[in-house]
Write a protein that binds this ligand. Sequence first.
Ligand code: PCD
Ligand SMILES: [Cu+]
Length: 806
Amino acid sequence: MNDMAVTREQREEKLQGMGCKRKRVEDIRFTQGRGNYVDDIKLPGMLFGDFYRSPFAHARIKKLDISKAKALPGVRAVLTAADLKPLNLHYMPTLAGDVQAVLADEKVLFQNQEVVFIVADDRYIAADAVELIEAEYEELPVLVDPWVSMAPDAPLLREDIKDKTEGAHGPRKHYNHIFDWQIGDKAETDAVFASAPVTTKEVFYYHRTHPSPLETCQALASMDKIKGELTLYGTFQAPHVIRTVVSLISGLPEHKIHVIAPDIGGGFGNKVGAYAGYVCAVVASIVLGKPVKWVEDRMENLSTTSFARDYHMTTELASTEDGRLLGMRCHVLADHGAFDACADPSKWPAGFMNICTGSYDIPVAHLAVDGVYTNKASGGVAYRCSFRVTEAVYAIERAIEVHAQKLGMDSVDFRMKNFIRREQFPYKAALGWEYDSGDYHLAMEKAIAAVDYRGLRAEQAAKREAFKRGETREVMGIGVSFFTEIVGAGPSKNCDILGIAMFDSCEIRIHPTGSVIARMGTKSQGQGHETTYAQILATELGIPADDITIEEGNTDTAPYGLGTYGSRSTPTAGAATAVAARKVRAKAQMIAAHLLEVHHDDVEWDIDGFAVKGLPEKRKSMKEIAWAAYNTGIPNLEPGLEAVNYYDPPNLTYPFGAYFCVMDINVDTGEFKIRRFYALDDCGTRINPMIIEGQVHGGLTEAFAVAMGQEIRYDKSGNVLGASFMDFFVPTAVETPHWETDYTVTPSPHHPIGAKGVGESPHVGGVPCFSNAVNDAFAFLGATHIDMPHDYWRNWQAAENLGLHK
Ligand code: PCD
Ligand SMILES: [Cu+]
């Protein structure tokens, strides 16, 4: 053994394990244009599919003539609902217990809804054929405003389920009603509000937006009729779930379906659900016996696949006069569009909205959510929020500001007074969750000091005086937000998708020379899993990360898992990785003891191998142990060195953070300048600080986009506005502010390595921080709440409404 010659530090450094700023290994291929995306996959004889879509938001299809399209040379098939009906495939089940039209049947329910699927020799022929579809419609009254969805005379949208009084989540109150979900103690909460000294109530609208990843949704289906096997490549955040869904709806046995998610160019929740394009590509490939590819364009992506938010949240807080919180009450009107295709765990129709009591010790609370249909695209999970947590945090963090304003109290002081204290963890919140760990006061104090919060308030006070004296036309806003996230869905006791518990998995195989391949049930879309899982393994196995290959996304080789979204990979598969590695290590210990000719209790783990207790020079490295596992017949031990773990987390993890934003707004032009943005995140044990920083930068940039400009709007006729990058704001380096990042570390007590998720946090905490800054800027002029997105035009309008342009 010559490795005793190097120091312990050098041995440790060589591993590039947890805590190391290891460079992202996947970027070697990404930065050289060598990624392998669905569109890079070209199979022999491959055909292309394209949709003819509805021009109307609500209309009856009177006539659909496909003959001209069919006659175009190069067109191989033209599918309509009539073709899918005999196969019972014109509707598909959604993850929310509803059904969704694959191709519109008799009626269209939102603009750009899929009506006809055309398969042709190339994309251009398919697109030309789309132009040849001849359709006639009878326009029906359009329902855009969810506040009138349940009016007695509201237009009936879903004729297919009009007589169903029972939905997937209980009774329906109206033909446009989806569910009514309530949690918390209503009577007790109402009683608190009836007698509370100070109460506030405000409606916060979290507008409709869209994740719009760089790569749109796509699929390539290839049916081998001789083998009876289907291979499906696609942009899937959850490949195994897609395999199960395809098996259930096609009737093909699951072992004859190979789902492969290659490199993905961003997901952000957009690629969790199942879309009509996937189903149509599969059906066309089965019918034609040829590979069929479907690739969405940008407008299709923005206007038809999974949107985000669209929550109207009536939020109330009750407190004592000196600012001690007594209760919270919240009612949400949730606009789900034409189908309920929200991808939440089955028992949670409004996701984890019940984290809406936030970071505060609020004794009682009640939350009620009504889901309704409108003539808009369906979806609603996505965009860097684990299951409506962004909405919940927005509601509480805006409400805190509104309430502090009424109390005449500084909002940071108000927060500090009501934070859950470190000694209260694990903390059972009024709406049911048990927060695993936190030190909110420490985080907030660090943040306040970093930004010189008191100094900023003094500067703001001076600037407000100057504004009143007419010396400046700029108002200064200080945005504060303190969030608690809930990620890592989740424990099988309360989380499942289609009845499958939301565990995740890792399988490790160590080769004789001591290099490793490990596979997980999750799927990176850019997060850097190939880099970070290897770091967990490096520390746990004592094998350098560079000797470890991480593979995800092939259902034939990866163990079953529920995929990557809701920042669940670290809390679930990250845990499975550590546990599986520890199984390997337990066997390695036996081998080492055999080689060292001592009892296995007499050896101990030492960075990258086992040593005899008290005799560190008598040791066997993992490399030597791996070789021995394949070469030395060890009595009572089978050869080989591998392990698998399916990890069912005992609880979710609760990352948190303190964010500050300083902004100036010109009241005459509405222009804003973000002077400073500071983000402190606590995600427990940090696996790769550089990747975390990248995640925070990305999440904050998306938060900036959503809060300050992005929106998918509809006009009165249900025409979607904002379905192209001409109208949908995507910030570039020019608009994006400079991000300052910081951290504290409060490990999760139940996670094997103490790590919590982080990918979504910056978005969850960022959006309310920006919005609070804008609202704070106008607060001294009498404004209480201004809705997002805070683009220049809306800021100008806010100033106009406050009489500032007279
Ligand atoms: N403590 C800790 C944590 C974490 N980490 C790292 O970081 C990352 C992340 O993680 P997480 O948090 O766990 O998460 P995931 O699961 O992995 O992922 C997911 C997320 O992620 C994020 N991020 C991102 N990035 C990118 N690049 N891309 C994308 O797409 C994306 N997306 C987004 C989203 S939206 Mo959802 O879906 O809405 O629900 S959800 C989400 C990874 O790599 C890991 O490893 C570390 O290091 N440490
Ligand atoms: Cu999410």
